[in-house]
Design a protein around this ligand. Structure first.
Ligand code: THU
Length: 132
């Protein structure tokens, strides 16, 4: 399986477990870390709506919990007319662990649709460098 297909399979599997009874918008995310390992997550909604978390947050939490801190690439999968992009808050969350080479892939249920460089996704970021 190629690298994107592997990420897609992990993200799609996580998406199938999404807890999204309120929006009915299931999202899966899969991160390939610097070591090459894959960490996935799904959105987890809550009856108290703002408390819900995005798939990207779940995947980041899995990566950090496993002791890794660098995202080489990330793929999200959801069903929408246009390729789905991470929300603004998740762009910031991902940036924390991104490098200048980090790529964001967006997929639909059938597979890959679009790839962006992280600099296109979050230009002029605020990040750890600003606190130095
Ligand atoms: N959502 C994600 O999990 N990731 C995204 O990139 C976009 C939005 C979730 C949040 C909420 O559970 C549902 O999709 C509808 O906004």
């Amino acid at each position: 399986m190629d690298a994107i297909s592997e990420l897609f399979a992990a993200a799609a599997a996580a998406r199938s477990n999404a807890y999204a009874p309120y929006s009915r918008f299931a999202v899966g995310a899969a991160i390939r870390s610097a070591s090459g390992a894959i960490y996935s997550g799904a959105n987890v909604e809550n009856a108290a709506y703002p408390v819900g978390i995005c798939a990207e947050e779940s995947a980041i939490a899995a990566m950090i919990s496993a002791g890794e801190k660098e995202i080489a690439e990330v793929l999200i999968v959801a069903e929408s007319a246009e390729p789905v992009m991470p929300c603004g808050a998740c762009r910031q969350r991902l940036f924390e662990f991104a490098t200048k080479d980090t790529k964001l892939h967006s997929a639909g249920p059938e597979g890959w649709r679009k790839t962006l460089a992280f600099a296109e996704l979050l230009p002029h970021p605020f990040g750890p460098h600003d606190l130095k």
